[in-house]
Design a protein around this ligand. Structure first.
Ligand code: HEM
Length: 453
């Protein structure tokens, strides 16, 4: 039997069993990996020293828990941005750095890099995966590029134009409800709750052509979407539950899975029903006829979508995209609209000017409804909406993973492999970009002022 000399390890000659050889190969591989990892870690550390760092909690936890998705978390971001207006590094534990960017010059560099160099990272959104699957928001690589190309027609102006009528109908239902509630003596209404139902109602009609009358009577699907959103936010706020296996042991985790199934069953039933009722007429012809009269809903667009090789989306893909549109579209718009109303209520002078602008536009019109072309004829209201989205952005930040070193305009380098947070809230509240960032001033978006930005 061949003898293996392990004298360099202080061991005598040993029979070279295949297991021992395997162990040696494994150990060498592990050592090589640790060596490469350590080298990369220290190299990254060298590059990251150019970025300022807020004081750490301690060496182990780093900055974990410093920026949370709460009001206090936003105050912390405001302070960090005032101290470090270009960006800063924070550590998620002892070995994971995050580069946070909060200045447009820095953000531009990362966002204009290709999807191969700075693909989306799931650190902020991975909790949504069991719900949204591989829809556009969470997918990456070739799948994302292919679907993105296939779904671009869903956001074509001609399709969006036909939705304005749906938005008007949903808003009229909400207004009628408010009038009824106030006439019955309700002095306080929770705007966000009502507006969320209105945006969900609009989306359900735009995505599924489905009218559940959800603004007036409870709908199981709508309650499920609202509850899933609340559960995701809750999980996000509890760092210990970021570990999926722990989360799924909790009652919230089990409930999350149950409601996910309910939402998926709803979407699946609609897709199956749409496919079942179509075959006799010929799917393509019917969808094309619908496209001509511009009544396509998102499911139609998804059923029609074909890639360059004529390949269609699978039922699972269609489900993921439809669930993504419902999620991506309802909370963002409800939050954006609620804050616009809040800011106008706090500034009656701006509110009055908006009201005059709309009244002027609708003068002598019957019925008094906003149309697509009107949207460009409301410059002051547009400024008020943009300023509200600046002060209170519905999405706080997005994340990217740098697959190559990214050189920022000032020469600093975000090293390959490091995750980068683009702080939308931080950028909007950056005093070096906006002199008085906490003040609601629609003139920030006066066409004269934006020329310089
Ligand atoms: C005020 C309203 C909205 C805000 C603030 C908003 C915000 C965002 C942001 C910040 C992203 C980028 C995520 C990233 O790159 O990492 C995004 C992506 C996306 N949003 Fe929205 N959104 C809004 C409305 C909507 C609506 C109405 C829909 C659909 C009905 C929608 C569907 C999507 C989808 C599908 C993506 C993924 C796009 C892709 O990665 O290719 N969003 N949204």
């Amino acid at each position: 039997m061949p003898q293996l000399s392990l004298s360099w390890l202080g061991l005598g000659p040993v029979a070279a069993s295949p297991w021992l050889l395997l162990l040696l190969v494994g150990a060498s591989w592990l050592l090589a990996r640790i060596r490469a990892w350590t080298y990369t870690f220290y190299d990254n550390l060298r590059h990251l020293q150019c970025f300022p760092q807020p004081p750490k909690q301690n060496w182990f936890w780093g900055h974990l828990g410093l920026v949370t998705s709460t009001e206090q978390g936003m105050r912390v971001v405001t302070q960090l941005v005032a101290n470090y207006p270009q960006g800063f590094v924070n550590w998620m534990g002892p070995v994971m750095p995050l580069v946070t960017l909060c200045h447009p010059d820095m953000v531009r560099t990362v966002l204009s890099a290709s999807a191969a160099i700075a693909p989306k990272d799931m650190i902020l959104s991975r909790f949504l995966k069991p719900w949204l699957g591989d829809g556009l928001l969470l997918s990456g690589g070739d799948k994302w590029s292919r679907h993105r190309r296939m779904l671009t027609p869903a956001f074509h102006f001609n399709i969006l134009k036909s939705y304005v009528r749906i938005f008007n109908d949903s808003v009229n239902i909400m207004h009628a409800k408010w009038k009824r509630l106030t006439s019955e003596g309700s002095a306080h209404l929770d705007m966000f709750e009502h507006i969320s139902l209105m945006t969900l109602d609009s989306l359900q009609k735009c995505v599924f052509s489905f009218d559940s009358n959800c603004q007036e009577k409870p709908s199981e699907y709508i309650s499920a979407v609202l509850e899933l959103s609340a559960l995701v936010t809750k999980q996000h706020q509890q760092i210990i539950l970021h570990m999926d296996f722990l989360y799924h042991l909790t009652s919230d985790g089990r409930r999350f899975r149950r409601i996910c199934r309910l939402v998926h069953d709803f979407t699946d039933a609609i897709i199956q029903e749409r496919c079942r009722t179509l075959p006799d007429q010929g799917l393509d012809d019917l969808l094309k006829a619908k496209a001509k009269v511009k009544t396509l809903d998102c499911i139609d667009v998804l059923l029609l979508a074909k890639d360059e090789d004529g390949k269609e989306l699978s039922d699972e893909d269609i489900q993921a995209e439809a669930d993504t549109f419902m999620f991506g579209g309802h909370d963002t718009t409800a939050s954006g609209l609620s804050w616009v109303l809040y800011n106008l209520a706090r500034h009656p002078e701006h509110q009055e000017r908006c009201r005059q602008e709309v009244r002027e536009l609708l003068r002598e019109r019957e019925p008094e409804e906003i149309e697509w072309d009107d949207l460009a004829q409301l410059p002051f209201l547009t400024m008020c909406i943009k300023e509200s989205l600046r002060l209170h952005p519905p999405t706080m930040g997005i994340s990217r993973c740098c697959t190559q070193d990214i050189v920022l305009p000032d020469g600093r380098v975000i090293p390959k492999g490091v995750i980068c947070i683009i702080s939308i809230f931080g950028t909007h509240h950056n005093p070096s970009v906006c002199p008085d960032p906490e003040v609601y001033d629609p003139f920030c978006f006066d066409p004269e002022n934006i020329k310089e930005r």
